[in-house]
Design a protein around this ligand. Structure first.
Ligand code: CA
Length: 241
């Protein structure tokens, strides 16, 4: 799951980003409305955590403007608004502008996590289509996976690896990037954990679905058809880790 954190307070932002990454979320962080608008216009996120009071608001707008801009182009990305204590008007305005939920600062991380899960569940329940590629169908809402129509039982970690790879078919994810998706499970990750999950996934889905670029990472390829050509050229440069 990929999050955008819009927060100008460096201390709050830094600790939130760390904590959410530990929960297994991939977190991008911007500090003002200008950067938030630019990022949201060019990239997809599963969820946005949006502070309302942002710097230079007269020129760039505040959090509410970010929200209104997002909704004005019919972008339904879930948004949780972060507001100051006692700012009832802000909370009402945020919800009316299209926020899915709000949280009053200072908040407990456990509550934020629970609200994020609830918002993501509701969002998926509104008919978010399952991810389908190369014969694999993954439903983030029900957490069910099938291959060529037949149900496949995956462990939670195998599911997380497959979900990350399916999110961008053809894009290579390095071992480190995949390990990031497995954080937050409350356990040390063994050095060969990703290789083990990939091996298990290949046993269940066939060796063809998940491709390995030696020393670089893994990606979901297009299906090889007899006499046809594959269009599964990787389209990203993985990080060097
Ligand atoms: Ca602020």
């Amino acid at each position: 799951m990929r999050l955008l954190l819009v927060e100008d307070d460096r201390m709050i932002g830094d600790s939130l980003r760390k904590a959410l990454r530990d929960e297994g979320y991939a977190v991008d962080w911007v500090y003002d409305a200008r950067a938030a608008n630019a990022t949201l216009a060019s990239e997809r996120f599963d969820l946005v955590l949006l502070d309302l009071g942002l710097p230079n608001a007269q020129q760039w707008g505040g959090g509410l403007d970010v929200l209104r801009t997002l909704r004005a182009r019919h972008d339904t990305t879930p948004v949780i608004v972060l507001t100051a204590r006692d700012a009832l008007g802000e909370r009402v305005a945020g919800l009316d502008a299209g926020a899915d939920d709000y949280l009053v600062k200072p908040f407990e991380l456990d509550e934020l996590n629970a609200r994020m899960r609830a918002v993501l569940r509701r969002h998926a329940g509104r008919g978010e289509p399952a991810i389908e590629h190369a014969g694999v169908r993954l439903d983030p809402a029900t957490r069910q996976v099938s291959f060529d129509g037949a149900p496949v039982a995956l462990s939670a970690r195998e599911f997380a690896v497959l979900e990350a790879l399916l999110a961008r078919p053809g894009a290579i994810l390095s071992r480190a990037q995949l390990e990031d998706r497995l954080y937050g499970w409350g356990e040390e990750i063994e050095s060969n954990a990703v290789s083990v999950y990939i091996h298990q996934l290949r046993k269940k889905l066939g060796a063809d679905v998940i491709r390995n670029v030696r020393g670089v990472g893994y990606y979901i390829g297009a299906r090889q058809t007899p006499g046809g050509t594959s269009d599964s050229t990787p389209d990203s440069t993985p990080d060097a880790s």
